[in-house]
Design a protein around this ligand. Structure first.
Ligand code: 5AD
Ligand code: SF4
Length: 478
């Protein structure tokens, strides 16, 4: 079996992190990463199951590889991640030319699985245990941890890294497949997390994003004390070299005062809070089993505004969930108008086999209604995002440079020492400006000249190397 592999990743940041760890493990086992499918002996897809659309795309990509596999049977095709855990044998049924089906709780074993594949005929399927009807301990143990404290530098942007603080989810929102495919909630120990952060800082990493499906539900029991996310932030804050700390995604009910005070008091912690509301209607929230009312969500927003007034708050919404009426939708509109989120990700409800909503409620909102509500809500959010961004015109913000912008990448043939760069402000706004190619990884000052709903366009005003992350990028409170 040849040793060149290609990996394509879809889905969330958790998947990006998993793929990074797969790349590292395969490289250590002697495999070489290539960036074009045609050059690869092993073609891997790290997949997402949150919406049907993401799965359809993978199935059609797999369909297109059938011919290749017939011509070159030695090629290995692997499906990793959430779809592997959700569909299991169905993948082999729909795409019999697939060789490997590996759930997110088994990707740590990929090098070993590729070795076994070379020694046998027929596909290999490795998935974790189903949560239903099994002892929790047993299920937890079947989700293996791919994390490590010594991360080789294979990430796309060297000075930024994701660090997982917890696996899985126990919230079981009725629409969501995540608790099934990523297994029970399990927090990593603070020692392990800190060691990983220290190693990343030694490698020159300046920005850490702590990841968890419900990151603010983080909980680690120690004799005599419980470590929550606020405590963990305090510990990560002490690691020298780290200048920005983010954490995603938050669960509204676990947005404690202590956590907000930690965001207020720890200067390296970015005043950026992604707290998905999903809907503004109590009837819908109840059917979603989100565990809060819209009044409680408003109260939570009020605490954010009181404790961290300059925080940028972002949300996710699902439109067209089962039974959503025009009146329900209007309440979501009201929430978006009132909260003035920095931005919102808006999705049309996609029924997922294996979830409670799929079993209990008919998917009764027609697709054209979902589409209309999606567009309507997006237009409102875009107007608000634009208005919020307009406040930045004329301001100078601190930006951590990520690298060339998409435009500059498309013009990569151009030889010029100054190109269009992109980076982010402390509150996670994207800034685009002209500057020298080698600024990636540095903090610079950018004066904003123009804005769109998603981008601040500016001019480089100062290259700033040795300052603590400050809060210049923070939005003025709404
Ligand atoms: N249909 C549409 N959107 C969904 N999400 C999760 N499950 C579904 C689904 N079945 C959205 C939620 C979540 C985001 C990551 O994806 O808004 O916050
Ligand atoms: Fe899914 Fe709800 Fe868990 Fe988020 S909190 S991953 S939406 S079940």
């Amino acid at each position: 079996m040849g040793k060149r592999f290609y990996i394509e990743t879809v889905g969330c940041q958790m998947n990006e992190l998993d793929s990074e760890l797969v790349v590292a493990a395969l490289q250590e086992a002697g495999y070489e990463q290539v960036f074009q499918r045609q050059q690869a002996d092993i073609i891997l897809f790290n997949t997402c199951s949150v919406r049907q659309h993401a799965e359809d795309k993978i199935y059609s990509a797999l369909g297109r590889l059938k011919h290749l596999k017939e011509q070159k049977p030695g090629k290995v095709i692997g499906v990793l991640g959430c779809m592997a855990q959700k569909d299991q044998e169905l993948i082999l049924k729909r795409a019999p030319h697939v060789d490997l089906v590996v759930g997110p709780g088994q990707v740590a074993r990929l090098p070993e699985l590729l070795e076994s594949l070379a020694r046998r005929t027929g596909p290999i399927m490795e998935v974790s245990l189903d949560r239903r009807g099994q002892a929790r301990q047993k299920v937890q143990a079947s989700f293996l941890n791919p994390d490590r404290q010594d991360r080789p530098i294979v990430r796309p942007v060297k000075h930024q890294a994701f660090v997982r603080v917890m696996f899985g989810c126990d919230k079981f929102c009725t629409y969501c497949i995540v608790p099934k495919v990523r297994g029970p909630e399990q927090s990593r120990s603070p020692q392990e997390i800190l060691e990983e952060v220290r190693q990343l800082a030694d490698q020159g990493c300046v920005e850490i994003t702590l990841l968890g499906q419900t990151v603010n539900s983080y909980r680690w029991e120690e004799p005599g004390c419980t470590v929550r996310l606020a405590d963990l932030l305090e510990k990560v804050h002490e690691v020298s070299g780290i200048r920005r700390i983010r954490f995603v995604t938050n669960y509204p009910r676990d947005m404690s005062r202590e956590l907000l005070e930690a965001v207020r008091d720890l200067p390296k912690v970015c005043p950026y809070l992604h707290v998905p509301a999903q809907s503004g209607s109590n009837a819908v929230l109840k059917r979603m089993k989100r565990g809060y009312t819209v009044e409680q969500y408003y109260e939570m927003l009020a605490s954010i505004r009181e404790i961290v007034p300059h925080a940028a708050v972002t949300s996710d919404f699902i439109v067209g969930f089962c039974g959503e009426t025009e009146e329900d939708f209007e309440q979501t509109v009201r929430l978006v108008e009132t909260a003035r989120f920095k931005n919102s990700f808006i999705f049309k409800y996609s029924p997922r086999p294996g979830t409670k909503a799929y079993e209990l409620f008919p998917d009764d909102v027609p697709d054209e209604v979902k589409r209309r509500r999606n567009n309507e809500l997006l237009a409102i959010q875009n107007r608000i995002s634009l208005e919020e961004n307009q406040r930045f015109i004329g301001q100078t913000v601190e930006v951590l440079v990520e690298g060339p912008s998409k435009l500059a990448e498309r013009q990569s043939g151009k030889t010029s020492s100054s190109i269009q760069l992109t980076g982010r402000t402390v509150c996670d706004r994207i800034a685009v400006f002209e500057g020298p190619v080698d600024l990636a990884g540095q903090f610079v000052k950018v004066t904003i000249k123009e804005v769109s709903p998603v981008t601040l366009f500016g001019e480089l005003s100062l290259v700033k190397q040795d300052v603590q992350a400050d809060r210049l990028g923070a939005p003025i409170s709404a």
